[in-house]
Design a protein around this ligand. Structure first.
Ligand SMILES: [Zn+2]
Ligand SMILES: [Zn+2]
Length: 310
């Protein structure tokens, strides 16, 4: 459990639904991570069996409103059809949005056009590239490019939006102090004054640092991940292999635990969670953890149903 003294309510729960690779094992399902933040329910990847794992973890598949797919390898999206059907059976009305890299639309459209899915809600598919992907009043999601064989692949950054206070010194410098426009600035994020546009982000400071959680999906070690993970509270990084399989890791487009740990260290994250663990470590996943901890101490290997509350 990660507790931050500056975060008052337990606002976020991250539940690992599947932590294996291309084939599920007795102990690990296909990749899927459920993120609950306030009343938002997100899925990061949706491997086969994700909905069953959710039920076992006490999470309702009905509530998931956004699915972020990292790439089109089966282990990351084979659970989508089942999830959609169950949401239909349970009477969902609100739309479900599926985000993913180029190519995802063709896959999701099969389910969107599926005549017998007993569905009465809309499925929106957004094929995305790196950059800003989603924003509402509570959080933003940004995608970044990863490097995984010849497959278009993305990782995702969740950033909490926090309340801001106007910076009085800056307002004074701009001559805006005490101006009734300040209220509008706070509400609308920008104001026009004397022919200029003033932005809230330039004239305010956050009450505290917002939570930042980063998920890589599958990838070799690359600079983009390090950049995206800068100062994150949690980096959820693939670590398919231990160091003795370094060559194979590269060949298959994956990382070793040590490579993941080096990224965490360079990016200055608070905590590293390793997932996408090869079945060869079924008996002893601690090998992965031990190797990562030699480089970055605050590393843990995820297991199915592991939950982090923040
Ligand atoms: Zn995978
Ligand atoms: Zn893959």
């Amino acid at each position: 459990m990660l507790k931050r003294p500056d975060v008052k309510l337990e606002s976020m729960e991250i539940t690992f639904l599947g932590t294996s690779t291309s084939t599920p094992t007795k102990l690990r399902g296909h990749p899927a991570i459920h993120v609950k933040f306030l009343n938002h329910n997100l899925l990061w990847d949706c491997g086969e069996g994700a909905q069953r794992q959710m039920i076992l973890a006490g999470i309702s598949p009905f509530r998931v409103s956004q699915v972020y797919i990292t790439h089109e390898h089966g282990d990351h999206l084979l659970g989508l059809g089942g999830l959609i059907q169950t949401q239909g059976f349970l009477g969902r009305k609100e739309p479900l949005t599926v985000f993913g890299p180029r190519g995802i639309k063709k896959y999701v459209d099969f389910f969107a056009n599926w005549k017998y899915s007993f569905r009465d809600f809309k499925i929106e598919v957004r094929e995305i590239k790196e950059g800003a992907v989603y924003e509402d009043q509570d959080y933003t999601i940004t995608a970044f490019k990863t490097d995984h064989l010849n497959c278009p692949a993305l990782g995702y950054v969740f950033e909490e939006k926090v309340e801001v206070n106007l910076d009085k010194a800056k307002l004074k410098r701009m001559g805006l102090e005490g101006n009734p426009l300040c209220k509008e600035l706070k509400e609308r994020g920008k104001v026009q004054w004397k022919g200029r546009t003033f932005y809230l982000k330039d004239l305010s400071k956050p009450v505290r640092k917002g939570l930042k959680i980063v998920y890589t999906g599958d990838s070799v070690s690359c600079e983009e991940i390090e950049k995206a993970a800068k100062s994150a509270d949690i980096l959820i990084c693939e670590a398919t292999f231990a160091e003795d399989m370094k060559e194979k890791a590269r060949e298959y487009g994956h990382m070793t635990a040590k490579e993941a740990a080096r990224i965490a260290k360079r990016a200055g994250v608070d905590r590293l969670i390793l997932t996408h663990i090869s079945p060869r470590y079924e008996e002893d996943p601690k090998i992965i953890e031990k190797e990562a901890r030699e480089i970055f101490r605050n590393s843990d290997v995820a297991s199915d149903f592991m939950r982090i509350e923040i």
